[in-house]
Design a protein around this ligand. Structure first.
Ligand SMILES: [Zn+2]
Ligand SMILES: [Zn+2]
Length: 646
């Protein structure tokens, strides 16, 4: 008999060789019907794979991220099986699960897969799924595995196997398809009831631009047709909200290959939006005791050698800039932290000066492969809403709480209803690989957890996910469609203060090391604006809208009045533009609705005579006629309310 320990720490005894599926059955029939995979002693495990020794176990269903990942990865096998059945001689790269669904990279030889092929593959997948094929796990030697794929003529799998250690290699056989894989997989293919192959893309083998470009087939599967239907509706809505599409339509930003790939250029309206956002953030940060700094976009190479960033970014990112001076080298800054360390070091600091909170909208440059670039979310230059807090170890908790408060205020002003966090702590079994004292780590780890609990921030803890230099908290936000976005981070750092020999004078008159906290709660302005665009579908809150008001003269005769009105509004700090086109008023209203301007002011003879405006709110709400002063006051009041939802 073996002892199986469940997540609630209860222990039950089973015969050795029991499978997670059988364990599930012993708990409830319902669970047994739904269990997809398990974690046994911390390792992902097939539901059908025997457990032979005492173990801790976690069972996963569709409701768990791990269960979904198993389901989708298994679907990648099923897709490969279908593709192999339909098109002879194709070769396979890798087929992992992703956030929503899965993909497989395929070498299709001379053939090109089209959208029509995807429909045929979907059909074949469902046909095979109904056969209730199991995933059979087989241990193989390296020689055997190499022989199998050499004979099959799949050089991609050969390459992968050649890098594996003998004795660790497993196959999974599903129907007629055998794949090199670590697993786990779902009990059988009949769980897969609905399939949609969503797109085709090119992908370099192993992400290397110098190697062959394979075809990446993306798909998603569900245990119920209804769930697929709902997903497709969501996908349609997501397409409408795609920040790349909205960014173009609303004229917010552009890219130019001449300027350089992945280097966003903010157009006037986008700049207006971003500056408003930065202004607002700056205002809140000032309230919270941050001091603004500005540092250059480059730094001497030695700065980054000292900080350690050279090891991390040097070879794999933008290369050093040289000057006519022999041996002089600069780097485009990949991080703002080293500059801020120098600011801390600039003068002696006392314990009474701490925390020192040093904030900068700092633009950083990191090389991303061109295939990885994506709208504003994956770029080569971005501006972090960065700050570094230099504090005493006993101040960490308070600082975390204060950062959370800032985030809460901003999210309220932007109508984000829920966000959550992941706390990344040390591997409890291996304290060796971390810098900093055990005592300080324990203090910081407790501080982060307590701060979350005190602020009521939903957070889950991941052990072993901390960086070697300190524990951290990552923020995730759910948008209007329920999608989760990874935003920024608060991170404790015991390393940089060491590397730069940062000190402060304590109450004991001795030198002490400050704790450095990095924080960029929104990550970057680029990423944050992308998330915001997709969240609000381009209908920004009034305080942030690049154009808050559009004035629609009913005919050319009232253009002068419209222009006077515009300059009056501008003086009241209200952003207004005029539709000067010679179009019918009905058309102008429709177009303004499309462009999502928060307010339309219709002006004609009566309005001019009485210095009034006819007001329509976006969403076809007629607010009637009012004096221009009243309108301006109404706008100012709304802006104020939106910014102060605390
Ligand atoms: Zn697999
Ligand atoms: Zn930093």
């Amino acid at each position: 008999m073996i002892n199986i320990t469940f997540p609630d720490n209860s222990v039950r005894q089973y015969e050795a060789g029991v499978t997670p599926l059988e364990i599930a059955k012993s708990l409830s029939e319902g669970l047994a019907r739904n269990v997809l995979s398990a974690k046994v002693n911390g390792k992902m495990w097939d539901a059908m794979r025997p457990v032979n020794e005492d173990a801790t176990i976690q069972l996963f269903t569709w409701d768990d991220p791990e269960g979904k990942a198993t389901f989708w990865h298994s679907s990648a096998h099923l897709m490969a099986e279908a593709i192999e059945a339909l098109y002879k001689g194709v070769k396979f790269g890798i087929g992992p699960a992703v956030d929503a669904g899965f993909y497989y990279d395929i070498d299709t030889g001379d053939m090109t897969l089209t959208e029509a092929d995807l429909v045929a593959i979907e059909k074949k997948m469902l046909e095979l799924a109904r056969e209730k094929q199991t995933f059979e796990r087989v241990d193989v030697s390296k020689a055997e595995a190499l022989k199998y794929f050499t004979e099959k003529g799949d050089e991609y799998k050969e390459e992968l196997i050649s890098e594996l250690e003998d004795g660790t290699i497993t196959y999974y056989k599903c129907g007629a398809f055998t794949d090199l894989c670590r697993g786990p997989h779902i009990p059988n293919t009949s769980f897969i009831k609905a399939v949609k192959l969503t797109s085709l893309a090119g992908a370099y083998w192993r992400g290397d631009e110098k190697r062959k470009q394979l075809t990446r087939v993306y798909g998603i599967t569900f245990p119920k047709q209804k769930e697929l239907d709902e997903y497709l509706v969501l996908l349609e809505e997501a397409k409408k909200r795609d920040h790349r599409k909205l960014g173009r339509e609303l004229e917010l930003y552009m890219f130019s290959d001449t300027v350089g790939k992945g280097l966003p250029i903010w157009l006037p309206k986008g700049t207006e939006l971003r500056l408003r956002l930065q202004e607002y953030l700056t205002k809140i940060q000032k309230e919270y005791g941050y001091e603004q700094v500005i540092t250059p976009h480059i730094g001497g190479k030695q700065l980054y050698v000292t900080s350690g960033h050279w090891d991390h970014y040097g070879e794999d990112s933008f290369r050093p800039i040289t000057t006519p001076e022999e041996g002089e080298e600069y780097l485009l800054k990949p991080m703002n932290c080293p500059h801020h360390c120098m600011i801390f070091k600039w003068k002696p600091r006392s314990y009474k000066d701490l925390p020192f909170r040093c904030a900068e909208f700092g633009t950083v440059y990191r090389y991303e492969q061109s295939g990885e670039l994506h709208g504003l979310t994956r770029v080569r230059s971005f501006t972090q809403d960065d700050a570094h807090i230099f504090c005493r170890p006993d101040q960490v908790k308070e600082e975390f709480i204060r950062v959370m408060e800032i985030i809460e205020i901003i999210f309220k002003a932007l109508d984000f209803k829920n966000f959550e966090a992941q706390i990344s702590l040390r591997d409890p079994n291996d304290h060796e690989k971390y810098v900093g004292t055990d005592e300080n780590w324990a203090k910081a780890e407790a501080a982060i957890q307590e701060a979350c609990a005190e602020k009521g921030l939903p957070a889950h803890v991941e052990y072993g996910e901390a960086a070697f230099y300190g524990p951290k908290l990552d923020f995730m936000v759910k948008d209007a469609l329920g999608r989760k976005w990874q935003l920024g981070t608060i991170q404790v750092d015991y390393n940089l203060p060491e590397r730069f020999d940062l000190t402060y004078i304590g109450a004991d008159n001795e030198k002490h090391r400050p704790v450095m906290v990095h924080r960029a709660p929104f990550g970057s302005m680029e990423r944050f604006v992308a998330v915001l665009l997709e969240h609000c579908a381009g209908e920004f809150p009034l305080w942030l809208a690049p154009d808050q008001v559009i004035i629609l003269p009913v005919s050319e005769k009232y253009l002068d009045f419209a222009k006077n009105l515009q300059s009056y509004l501008k003086k009241s700090d209200i952003r207004a533009l005029i539709d000067e086109r010679n179009e019918k008023i009905g058309r102008k209203i429709r177009d303004a609705e499309m462009k999502k301007y928060p307010y339309m002011l219709i002006v004609g003879e009566k309005e001019e005579a009485e210095n009034q405006v006819s007001v329509r709110k976006h969403g076809q709400v007629d607010l009637g006629t009012m004096p221009t002063d009243d309108f301006a006051a109404m706008i100012r009041k709304q802006v104020e309310e939106e910014q102060n939802k605390r």
